[in-house]
Design a protein around this ligand. Structure first.
Ligand SMILES: [Zn+2]
Length: 463
């Protein structure tokens, strides 16, 4: 069996892996590259494999960096089915059309301002193309083994990262390959911990936080401090949050803080139609998390859903203290950018990021202490307090990843470390070799690995 790493090498985005055996090919994840321009340009390049040669596909979870290239896959000639858990399918129903809509908007913006080097900028894919791709998703429940192509069996395991998130075990002949997918936290107030991994010959493991641990501080203590201080001086708290997963976790914490009077009773606005739909899904997929039906309802009702653009704009005109929760989480787009344009300039206000900020994003600049950021072509001075509550991350920290690997029933033949910035992946590789004594490697983008051969020991820095 052979593994082609067609994404998430040296970056946390663009996850795509092709397993080939006996003349058949299975694709695991089909994510969009995101972040710096150099990465985004990869979305316009051929996949590195022929989509029409793929027999079946499976998704670990719905985040765009794992699912967002599905419409491109179909445009490029794939005609098969894509397997995923029920919640992943529901979330893709929200995320993929939105992604198509954003691509159309970006192309329209470039054309309007004649910024494209081409006569007419085209979207990577349209909303309609994204919707067409949804029709090919098929549900595969957790823990149920299924043959998805001749000679290929898959089984999904609970990964605890977001609703529907799974680790994927692919078996072909006598070789078992386990893809961690994005791993959740061992102690999360909303999601359950990742399931123990099954025995596998090879493990492809994520390394988003391969060189870092999450602070042990209770996020509620910090949120309570920031909100109380900000509201006390008449400011507004803007929270850029990832619409799926993170927004719901913040709502959960805010509801608890309000219930116990640890924050002032100011209105909470959830200004992201996508986050609203994702919050509603939390109530629909109750078996996948720790919250009771009552708690789910309370968490969702704690926030006022802002649906219309006009309502969203009004939040920037009234200067009463409030909490605005809005997407996107790295402030690279979405309604939160408009709020930031207003509230970043306000020394009374605070901006609270909620996890990993990829290089090149506005979020990374702000968290890095940039004195100004560019928004809609304007330089905006940063006068508000800026924080990052890294502990709210939905990704396992380095030790949590190591613990998950340590629960494998027996040592695998080799570990392939992906889905991380180069330093993170390399740090995790070194820990796996030193602490577990297993062969581990960091592949490069486009690398083909012979899984029947011996694992390559890394003797060099990746790239
Ligand atoms: Zn993810």
């Amino acid at each position: 069996m052979e593994l082609l790493v067609a994404g998430a090498a040296g970056t946390v985005t663009g996850s795509k892996y092709v397993l080939s055996a006996g003349g058949r090919r299975v694709l695991v994840d089909c994510g969009l590259f995101q972040g710096v321009k150099q990465l985004r340009l990869l979305n316009w390049k051929p996949f590195g494999f022929a989509p029409s040669d793929i027999d079946a596909a499976v998704l670990t979870h719905a985040h765009i960096d794992h699912s967002g290239s599905l419409p491109l896959l179909y445009k490029a000639g794939y005609r098969g089915v894509v397997y995923a858990t029920g919640a992943t399918i529901d979330l893709c129903g929200i995320l993929l059309p939105d992604s198509g809509f954003l691509q159309e908007q970006e192309a329209a913006f470039l054309n309007r301002h004649q910024l494209s080097r081409h006569h007419s900028a085209l979207p990577l894919y349209t909303r309609a193309e994204a919707e067409a791709a949804l029709a090919h998703l098929r549900e595969l429940p957790f823990e149920r083994e299924r043959t998805i192509a001749k000679g290929f069996k898959v089984r999904l395991f609970y990964a605890g990262h977001i609703l529907g998130a799974s680790s994927v075990l692919v078996t072909a002949g006598r070789t078992r390959v386990l893809f961690s997918g994005d791993l959740g936290r061992s102690r999360d107030p909303v999601m359950r911990p990742p399931a123990a991994p099954p025995a596998a010959d090879w493990v492809v493991v994520e390394s988003t936080y391969g060189n870092r641990e999450h602070p042990k501080t209770n996020p509620e203590t910090i949120l309570s401090d920031i909100i109380t201080r900000t509201v006390g001086r008449g400011g507004t708290v803007v929270i850029p949050a990832f619409a799926v997963g993170r927004a719901q976790k913040i709502l959960f914490h805010l509801e608890r803080l309000k219930q116990t009077s640890r924050i002032p009773d100011v209105p909470v606005f959830l200004d992201s139609p996508m986050a609203q739909s994702a919050s509603d899904l939390l109530c629909r997929h109750r078996a996948e998390h720790r919250l009771s039906a009552k708690r789910c309802t309370l968490v969702c009702e704690n926030a006022k859903y802002v649906r219309e653009v006009e309502e969203s704009k009004a939040l920037d005109h009234n200067r009463y203290p409030k909490i605005i929760l809005s997407a996107s989480g790295m402030a690279s787009g979405g309604r939160v950018v408009h709020h930031l344009k207003v509230y970043l300039r306000d020394p009374k206000s605070s901006v609270v990021f909620t996890g990993f900020q990829a290089a090149g994003t506005r979020g990374a600049q702000l968290v890095g202490g940039a004195p100004t950021v560019k928004i809609h072509g304007e330089h905006v001075a940063v006068k508000a307090e800026v924080h990052n509550l890294d502990m709210l991350s939905a990704h396992a920290g380095a030790s949590e990843i190591m613990d998950w690997l340590g629960r494998l029933p027996k040592a695998p033949k080799g570990v392939i470390v992906t889905h991380g910035e180069p330093e993170s992946s390399d740090a995790l590789r070194a820990r796996i070799e030193e602490e577990l004594g297993w062969a581990a490697m960091v592949p490069f983008l486009g690398e083909s690995i012979d899984l029947d051969g011996r694992p390559r020991r890394e003797k060099r820095q990746p790239r």
